[in-house]
Design a protein around this ligand. Structure first.
Ligand SMILES: [Mg+2]
Length: 278
């Protein structure tokens, strides 16, 4: 369905309750454009101060995972909460809280090609105004938000030409970003499923609540389709596998606050979910 036809998640709690049923909830949250407002330069993005206590509150009763195209160390530093699960580099790196035993590293064999492609991109685009190259552990981002619209097509062409020299890599697109990633059949959706299965949770026990704003988040929506609650953020004019919508990061914060509060009230009132969620 198209994004603009979806009902607001803020007014759909009863239909979400029907989907969740008696299961525990696990939150799977994108970072940029979902928890943190999009900024002109990727280095400027940060978790709003008021969102950190919201996530802290959620993590006390629920599985909370933040999944991003950012590198794992960068993502952990920006969120700054040790009790969460993190998936960085589009899910090639996964790390659980201390003691969880969850740790995944995929695709180290692609690093030489990524670094080589990064050098070629730096040579080709390093002097192009407004282009920001971000080399991560297992992916490489070419941000062009600050570049003029007239250079947009040229930048895309250069990225594709460089990528063509590396059969082990593929190009994906996001909001004002091209990314080079290993040609592995693995994305954020696989990371979500990996975490759920490594925690020993079945679909009858755990309901993923997935929130994201970009094309790579469609991976997660598809992985959770039919058993989870999927929420897209923003007003993109495209089709999506999500079933609900939030307008911006402020609405995401409101939604997470309300969800946490709603569940606490029910648990305090002796709701049958209480035992399952504690
Ligand atoms: Mg995003």
């Amino acid at each position: 369905m198209n994004v603009d036809q979806l009902p607001s998640a803020l007014t759909s709690f009863s239909s979400m309750e029907n989907i969740i049923g008696r299961r525990r909830i696990g939150f799977f949250l994108d970072f940029d454009g979902t928890l943190a407002p999009i900024t002109s330069h990727p280095d400027l993005a940060d978790l709003p101060a008021e969102s950190r206590p919201i996530l802290e509150n959620l993590q006390q009763r629920h599985l909370v995972c933040v999944l991003s195209g950012r590198s794992l160390p960068d993502l952990k530093r920006r969120v700054g909460l040790s009790g969460l699960f993190y998936a960085g580099d589009h899910g090639y790196r996964i790390s659980g809280p201390p003691g969880s035993g969850l740790d995944l590293r995929l695709g180290d064999e692609f690093r030489n090609d990524l670094e080589s492609a990064g050098r070629r991109l730096r040579d080709a685009l390093g002097s192009t105004h407004g282009v920001v190259l971000e080399m991560k552990e297992l992916s490489l981002s070419v941000h062009y938000r600050l570049a003029g619209m007239k250079d947009e097509a040229l930048i895309g062409k250069v990225v594709k030409e460089v990528a063509a020299g590396y059969p082990s890599l593929r190009v994906t697109a996001g909001k004002c970003v091209h990314e080079l990633r290993p040609k592995l059949d693995w994305g954020k959706g696989d990371a979500l499923l990996w975490i759920v299965s490594h925690l020993g949770c079945s679909r009858e026990e755990l309901c993923p609540v997935v929130i994201g704003d970009d094309l790579t988040d469609e991976d997660m929506f598809e992985a959770a389709a039919g058993w989870g609650v999927c929420v897209i953020v923003g007003a993109a004019r495209r089709s999506t596998s999500a079933a609900f919508r939030l307008i911006n990061t402020e609405e995401v914060a409101d939604f997470l606050t309300t969800t946490g509060r709603m569940i606490r009230v029910e648990a305090a009132g002796g709701n049958p979910r209480e035992n399952e969620r504690s």
